[in-house]
Design a protein around this ligand. Sequence first.
Ligand SMILES: [Zn+2]
Length: 343
Amino acid sequence: MLNERTTQEAVDHTLALCRIPSPTGFTKQAEEYVRDSLAAAGFSPIRSVKGSILCDLGGEGEPVVVAAHIDTLGAIVRAVKPNGRLRYSKLGGYPDLSVVTETCVIHTRDGRSYTGTFQPVEASSHVNAKLKELKPDEDNIEILVDEKVSRREHTIALGISSGDIVSLDPRAVLTDSGFIKSRHLDDKASAGILLAFAGCLASGGRRLRRKTYLLFTTYEEVGHGGAVIPAGSAEILSVDMGAVGEDLGCDEHMVSICAKDSRGPYDWTVTSNLVEAAKRSGCAFAVDVYPHYASDADVALAAGHDLRHGLIGPGVYASHGYERTHRDALGNSLALLVEYLTE
Ligand SMILES: [Zn+2]
């Protein structure tokens, strides 16, 4: 049975990763965190050309790749408006509603950073009576930079221009009751789980059932993260957030096993083996069908790799918004992984 310390390590890695800005396409700092954590556990991770971190954990026989992504949603500066405020373009898919009044950081190409806020255009309720009718979209929401700017040239003088990256304030907290609230638990909770799994393996006592790689991908939110697969791999297991909502069995305390997502069914044998491993481990789990979802495992298959594929992950509510899960979900995901991958 999994010890409490491993779950706590997953929670700690999750919170640390959530606090590192890594919108898709701007993931260097998160890559370094993952690489350093794996190296500290005694492994020799390598960085692929496009920034995925691949780590051979050891083991013998038909290789399995266990993947989580470290890129997140975010935005990019589309234009500086005549009044010095910013138009944005979304990185990844999310409802604009979820960023209204959200604080953020603008990262310039020359390494400077400025804080800001997503606000509706004409955001004062005492002035704009039509605010309550506003349809949140990229035309009606703008970013206010927290600097003295009222004209385009003021903002340009700060070094801000089109193509700069905007990261959302993660607001990462762990409550006394064990809930983890943050943006980007998708998929940093899973990355935290995989780092804790590597730590658990390094501390001994468990033997891998087969050759196992960890893969931390960097372009999942825009659909091509899971395309970097080591030659000879036979299986890919995506560890990504478990969907929670209407008619799904998973909640924020469980590990979710996905039988089908928007792209199609997961491999029958892999999914069945995951269910059996979940039963043996005694973890709280649910098997679900996700109506609006695609994973790195789907991407690996779409890229032409000949693999069996599966998907599991900790239950996350309010996905692609201000998300919430519970430490139990991390513990249950770890318990399933340990049972599935080790003996
Ligand atoms: Zn994800």
